[in-house]
Design a protein around this ligand. Structure first.
Ligand SMILES: Cc1cc2nc3c(=O)[nH]c(=O)nc-3n(C[C@H](O)[C@H](O)[C@H](O)COP(=O)(O)O)c2cc1C
Length: 233
């Protein structure tokens, strides 16, 4: 058992990290202001500190802003926006039980903030298409891994992606991870001139938060630690 003062020290030291993890939220509305290149360099350098099996660091990140960002958004709207999908990794979307309930809960929260009712199909489509506009974020990055990678390497990439989003938050910016940005991998590869041997997992829009938007005020719930974390002795 830790003595009381050590415990208090530990909690005090954790405070900035606890604050940072809560600053990392999925933000769905950004200001047009671009981040400076030195800030971008620092964000991505910090993210690279992520752990990986045998230090293989299998992530490959392609970042776009400006004309390329606009081109990517346009191409994704023309393809994914019209149902023309080409995913490197299929997305089953087969949530059941408690997982389905959590999916429904976050959807309801978001639609309520946006003023979209259950019957408002057009509103839901519009909200979905906002993904392909990167929610107006001036920056978007796409996370790839080599084609030989399997589930363990995908875990490495997931750890990197969380590091990246925490790093973005630590630099005063915000992000939204988006599976939907991986719905047409060929379009993204073509825009960046990437070979077929890199496979696309998802994208992350990022930049400065538009704090005036209601969709950015939502706070999705988390299960209590006792429900999914189990201590034994
Ligand atoms: C890999 C991944 C893909 C996601 N894809 C999308 C997406 O395509 N569109 C979207 O609006 N949110 C997406 N999200 C955001 C989740 O909805 C969000 O993380 C979850 O509701 C918890 O909210 P929080 O990130 O604000 O804590 C994704 C999250 C992850 C981790």
């Amino acid at each position: 058992m830790m003595n009381e003062s050590k415990l208090r020290d530990g909690l005090l030291q954790a405070a900035p990290f606890i604050e940072l993890t809560s600053k990392r939220r999925s933000v769905r509305g950004f200001l047009p202001d671009r981040l400076d290149q030195d800030v971008l360099d620092s964000i991505f350098k910090t993210a690279n500190h992520a752990p990986s099996n045998a230090n293989t660091q299998p992530w490959h990140t392609y970042v776009a802003c400006g004309e390329l960002r606009d081109h990517l958004s346009q191409r994704l709207l023309e393809t994914v926006g019209k149902g023309e999908n080409q995913l490197d990794f299929p997305y089953g979307y087969k949530y059941e039980g408690e997982y389905r309930q959590r999916q429904l809960d976050v959807g309801i929260l978001l639609y309520k903030a946006l003023g979209i009712t259950r019957e408002d199909k057009d509103g839901k489509v519009r909200a979905w298409l906002r993904n392909l506009e990167f929610f107006d974020a001036p920056h978007v990055c796409f996370i790839f891994m080599p084609d030989w990678c399997e589930i363990r390497e995908a875990c490495d990439v997931g750890m990197y992606a969380q590091n990246l989003m925490l790093s973005i938050a630590a630099h005063g910016a915000v992000s939204c991870p988006q599976t939907i940005l991986g719905y047409n991998a060929d379009v993204v590869r073509e825009a960046f001139g990437i070979e077929q041997n890199l496979k696309l997992l998802f994208g992350i829009s990022f930049g400065l938060e538009d704090k005036s938007l209601p969709e950015n005020q939502i706070v999705p719930e988390r299960v209590a630690p006792g429900e999914n974390t189990h201590f034994y002795e």
